[in-house]
Design a protein around this ligand. Structure first.
Ligand code: MRU
Length: 378
């Protein structure tokens, strides 16, 4: 998508060069947005772990792809140290860096299974790299298709009204969270391209403010009309008939259609249900949990630092600074995700089409999920 009119993707692989630079990935450092556009190079599996856990990058699909490159780097570290065990150790650490986003676990397990079938460390690295590069292309295509399928929902609503289609979104499920297009934003970008009038209500998404800092920025850069609201405003807007559709992403969705996403998503789903407003979740197949018996209460919800709640970051004197917004001895709790039960979800928008948030409907589109267990230990 666009930054200042130029096309960018959120991650780029750069191979080993003759002049001594090691292979690396270039990411957009999301901690600096919207104030500065800064790129960062990740060279090692430890760089990847740090970037994921400290949220230099975030969003389930992008975390999963960057994690896959973390395995590539771990393979080359294993070659240097001649210690094959490094790969498994680092893979485990990468998975636990952001535990709720299931894409990481899915993609790492997939790569680990594939590289277990080749013998030398060099072949493992080559195989992991081939797969990681392919994941970038697959994610772009999945998001593009999510856009196509989700467009039908927006178009149908637009045909019933004169003004713009008002869409409420939470967190950032945009191209910044994927490689390109985004999940929840992909239908929005496509609808806008088709000339459908769109207006997006953007939840600020405390505590990290992915809405005000990332979603507002990327929508604005890409010419989408949007308005920032506080996290508490959505219910009121829904009661006033000012929201036609709620569209969010997901970090992990069970095969039975329960949706883990950024904290606060559940409250929006409840308000949408009470006001008869469709609540759709956009996600690629890599965001389904492969455990078909998973009970929603078993999903590990990441608890992040209390600092994110007691402080808020912004621009002061042209510098990104953090300020205390409570008592200095405040006790905080910071669960980062919540689970929206399938009964509150109108449907899922996937790269293979639309489906209900039910096991039967999901497995009709993704029949392989019923048997998708990986043979390497987690
Ligand atoms: O903590 P974050 O910013 O990684 O959380 C991201 C979200 O909750 C997104 O909505 C989700 O990953 C979907 S991204 C396409």
């Amino acid at each position: 998508m666009l930054i200042s009119g130029n096309h960018y993707q959120s991650i780029k692989y750069v191979p080993r060069s003759q002049d001594g630079y090691g292979q690396h990935v270039i990411i957009l450092d999301q901690r600096c947005l919207p104030f500065q556009v800064k790129f960062e190079k990740l060279y090692s599996s430890e760089d990847v772990i740090q970037a994921i856990s400290e949220m230099h990058l975030r969003g389930a699909p992008l975390i999963g792809i960057t994690a896959a490159f973390g395995v590539v780097f771990a393979c080359s570290e294993a070659i240097k140290s001649q210690e094959a065990s490094v790969i498994k150790e680092q893979a485990k650490k990468i998975i636990s860096a952001r535990p709720t986003a299931v894409n990481t676990e899915n993609l790492i397990n997939y790569i680990m299974q594939k590289i277990s079938k080749v013998d030398t460390l060099e072949k493992k690295e080559k195989t992991a790299l081939h797969l990681a590069k392919k994941l970038i292309e697959e994610d772009i295509e999945a998001c593009r298709m999510i856009g196509k399928h989700g467009l039908d929902i927006i178009r149908t609503i637009s045909e019933t009204k004169a003004g713009p289609v008002n869409i409420l979104t939470h967190c950032n499920a945009g191209w910044l969270a994927c490689v390109d297009y985004g999940t929840a934003t992909s239908p929005i970008y496509l609808a806008n391209k088709e000339g459908i009038k769109i207006h997006v209500w953007v939840d600020e998404t405390r505590p990290r403010n992915q809405g005000s800092r990332l979603t507002v920025w990327e929508l604005t850069e890409n010419g989408i009309n949007n308005t920032l609201i506080t996290d508490n405003a959505g219910g009121y807007l829904m009661q006033k008939g000012m929201v036609d559709l709620v569209l969010v992403g997901s970090d992990r969705t069970t095969i039975t259609g329960n949706v883990a996403n950024k904290i606060g998503t559940y409250l929006k789903a409840l308000a949408a249900k009470d006001n008869n407003i469709p609540f759709w979740v956009a996600l690629p197949g890599t965001t389904f949990d492969n455990d078909s018996d998973l009970k929603p209460e078993k999903i590990k919800i990441e608890e992040r630092s209390s600092n994110e709640v007691s402080h808020v970051e912004g621009l002061i004197d042209n510098q990104i600074r953090s300020v205390l917004i409570s008592c200095d001895k405040v006790v905080c709790s910071n669960p980062s995700f919540d689970i929206t039960p399938s009964r509150l979800v109108t449907g899922l928008i996937t790269e293979r089409g639309l489906c209900k948030a039910s096991k039967q409907s999901i497995l009709k589109l993704f029949p392989e999920k019923i048997t998708q267990k990986y043979d390497n230990e987690k």
